[in-house]
Design a protein around this ligand. Structure first.
Ligand code: ATP
Length: 320
């Protein structure tokens, strides 16, 4: 069942700046999706329009049967059901963790407030920090408080706008993995917006790729990886090697394997030690083309001669 529906939404800030163009998207209830796109592709504008915080130039947003009204149509912009969280989560600096989480619940009765705060402290493993002020917490813990606060009024939809950008890599990975489980258990509908495909994939395999204000591809990670819609999408997954003499044909470094002899002869120019493999920069004999290949066994050194091969079905035909 379609739950959150974005119908041909456009946003034009000024004459030559089309932030979103005929953008349509449907997210079933309880789904967690990642929206990936480079800076300026329109991600934040889209989330603000979904949340009813920005006036679209055209198009409609629905949550179930309810049409989302924009600030022109609604006296108090925004909806309790749709919570937007971004990098600059503004916690109340002089309130404790539990007071911050309880803040949106002030209209509810005391017993419910208390019960809900306990639930969220537990869910986000913040109980030990309940009496601390935000400045006494790490960036990741502060972001968890912001998320707990957004979850306090049991929203239907959570919109995450690059919320982890200020965290270091380890903090980020741990927090995303923790949130993944929490979102699954709550059955909340989530749109996670990021420019970083690795972060996107940590949370969910359901990918939506946005480029220059348009949705250019959607699908599960493996499909998008194997059948990217264009060169832009393919490059989100990493470097591409051009086949000599065939400028629209590419092969990924991870799809190249080594032979004892035969195949494509190449010489190692550079070797970089990366976490899962050595990345080799090689020059192909004959064409002089520069390729990157993954040496998972960490066998080869600069100056070595290699014999490379790949399966035809791994070749990507991509227009610019
Ligand atoms: N309030 C505004 N006034 C004018 N132009 C804007 C405004 N907000 C965004 N834009 C422009 O709209 C386009 C899309 O911006 P948006 O912030 O939605 O993209 P984004 O993908 O979220 O980028 P980032 O990741 O850098 O935040 C950009 O060209 C941006 O300069």
């Amino acid at each position: 069942m379609t739950y959150l529906k974005i119908e041909k939404v456009s946003k034009q800030y000024d004459e030559d700046n089309m932030a979103l163009e005929g953008f349509s998207l449907e997210v079933p209830k309880g789904n967690v999706i990642s929206m990936v796109g480079e800076s300026g592709s329109g991600k934040s504008s889209l989330l603000r329009i979904i949340a009813g915080l920005e006036i679209q130039s055209a198009g409609l947003v629905y949550l179930g049967d309810q049409k989302i009204l924009n600030p022109n149509e609604k006296l108090v912009p925004g909806y309790d059901e749709i919570q937007l969280i971004h990098q600059e989560y503004k916690l109340y600096p002089n309130s404790t963790v539990e007071e911050n989480i309880a803040r949106p619940l002030l209209m509810y009765d005391k017993a419910y407030q208390k019960e809900r705060v306990e639930e969220l402290l537990d869910l986000l493993t913040l109980t030990a920090h309940r009496h601390k002020k935000p400045r006494q917490l790490s960036g990741g813990q502060q972001q968890k408080v912001a998320i707990a606060r957004a979850l306090s009024i049991e929203p239907e939809v959570l919109l995450l706008d690059e919320p982890f950008s200020s965290l270091d890599a380890i903090q980020k990975r741990e927090l995303i993995e923790e949130l993944k489980q929490i979102f699954e258990s709550l059955q909340v509908t989530v749109i996670f917006v990021t420019h970083d495909l690795d972060d996107a994939l940590l949370l969910t395999e359901q990918l939506f790729i946005i480029h220059k204000g348009k949705l250019i591809q959607q699908g599960n990670a493996e499909d998008v990886f194997r059948h990217p819609a264009n060169l832009y999408v393919a490059k989100l997954f990493g470097y591409l090697n051009v086949l000599p003499g065939k400028e629209n044909n590419f092969v990924r470094p991870s799809d190249i394997h080594f032979l004892k002899s035969g195949g494509i002869k190449a010489k190692v120019q550079k070797r970089q030690y990366l976490i899962h493999y050595n990345l080799l920069t090689v020059q192909l004999e004959g064409s002089g083309e520069i390729w990157r290949v993954e040496d998972k066994e960490r066998e080869f050194q600069e100056g070595d001669t290699l014999f490379l091969d790949f399966d035809e079905d791994k070749v990507l035909y991509l227009e610019k």
